[in-house]
Design a protein around this ligand. Structure first.
Ligand SMILES: Cc1ncc(COP(=O)(O)O)c(C=O)c1O
Length: 396
């Protein structure tokens, strides 16, 4: 039989989705499942976006430009300006989700065996994108005890080799919920300038920042215009995960020209979804005020309920809608599967994401899970109670 590639063998399974068959079986068996495993918000998509698709009179659903519709890119540039990010439409390439933007960046700036330093735990698909590009992820550990703050400059510098091409951050962080301060971004600025590296920032959770904090983008650091590449998406901002529209932003013209070659090879981003995304940009500020108030309420409920469980540690998320929880278990993969296969409270159970897949250092995160607070408060309270009861009887 013909064999598949080494790269194919190395592609990791998604730690978020790999438990799906067990969840499907549990649901078939009649269990009700609280899904805390995936960042699919239950928040309504803005009406303007849905209406733009419902009511448009497109007769030929044609390709758009490879770099994305001109009108959408112009409006996006205005949106960024409102967020103190001074970019032009020429600096933006529209992609099929942030996922494709990340793949294009990896392909555009790194050769096989080049290295990218990423603070772990990190969004698990970064491993998949780097594997697909033959790039090596070099992890730098951030700790739950420090609320996943940025590691020191010295720790970064120890990892920089002639193969290092970039540092990748996620701000606000998935899975940590961490928000990097302006000072932390400036530390990174100093490192990438000194060592002539790219700084890639995945800012798809930009809007979701709590406790009166503000988000500081790498694009606000003028000194590193040629180093900075920002990744963005409508998936979380407007609860439009299924639209599959993201973008990549950089002032570095060679980066944009190269990314456009990748974009040309896949022809264009989705046309209807760009219509929806453009309309979504008219979403009033009040929508975000309500959504953010909802997430703060959920976060506070979740963290206070979790803190009632003995023997666990919880990070204190300042942004996005995730938190990492350390449990008194040896293997959270097994625990998560057991919750679906063997445990319930009155016919209900929870699905969580084991955190091992968010680390690339073997053995780290095995006693941690990631919880996405994408459910209403009442459901979160019930879900945490199920976790609490489960930990009373679970044996490693
Ligand atoms: C940090 C981060 N980056 C990128 C993505 C992918 O986003 P998209 O749906 O735009 O491809 C996600 C999705 O969960 C994410 O959490």
């Amino acid at each position: 039989m013909p064999t598949i590639s080494t790269k194919g063998l190395l592609m990791p399974e998604s730690p978020i989705r790999k438990l799906v068959p067990y969840a499907e079986q549990a649901a078939k068996d009649g269990k009700f499942i609280y899904y805390l495993n995936i960042g699919q918000p239950d928040i309504k998509t803005p009406e303007a976006a849905l209406k733009a698709v419902r009511e448009n009179d497109v007769e030929i659903l044609s390709y758009s430009k490879s770099e994305g519709s001109g009108a959408y890119r112009k409006k996006l540039a205005n949106y960024f300006k409102i967020h103190d990010i001074d970019v032009d439409s020429k600096d933006i390439v529209v992609t099929t989700g942030a996922s494709e933007a990340l793949l294009f960046v990896f392909g555009s700036i790194m050769d096989p065996d080049d290295e990218v330093i990423i603070s772990e735990p990190f969004y698990a698909n970064y491993i998949a994108f780097s594997t697909a590009s033959g790039v090596k992820v070099v992890p730098i550990v951030s700790k739950i005890e420090d609320n996943f703050a940025l590691p020191s400059i010295e720790a970064f510098e120890k990892l920089i080799t002639p193969k290092t091409k970039a540092i990748l951050i996620c701000n606000p962080g998935n899975p940590t919920g961490n928000l990097y301060s302006k000072e932390e971004i400036q530390k990174l600025t100093a490192i990438v300038k000194k060592h002539d590296l790219f700084l890639i920032a995945d800012e798809v959770y930009r809007e979701f920042v709590y406790d009166g904090e503000t988000h500081y983008s790498i694009m606000q650091e003028k000194e590193i215009e040629d180093h900075a590449i920002m990744i963005d998406s409508v998936s979380k901002r407007y609860s439009m995960c299924g639209a599959r529209v993201g973008c990549l932003v950089s002032k570095n013209k060679s980066v944009i020209q190269t990314v456009i070659k990748f974009a040309q090879a896949r022809l264009s981003p989705p046309t209807y979804a760009q219509i929806a995304s453009e309309a979504a940009l008219d979403t009033p500020r009040s929508y975000f005020d309500e959504v953010i108030a909802e997430y703060i309420g959920r976060r506070d409920t979740l963290i206070s309920e979790l803190n009632k469980i003995e023997g666990i540690k919880v990070s204190n998320p300042k942004g996005a809608f995730y938190c990492v929880v350390e449990l008194p278990v040896k293997n959270s993969d097994h625990f998560a599967q057991w919750l679906l296969e063997e445990f319930d409270v009155n016919g209900e159970t929870v699905m969580v994401a084991p955190a091992g897949g968010f680390y690339s250092t073997p053995g780290l995160g095995l006693n941690q899970i990631r919880i996405a607070y994408v459910l209403k408060k009442e459901s979160l309270i019930k879900a945490v109670n199920i976790l609490k009861e489960a930990l009373k009887v679970y044996k490693d």
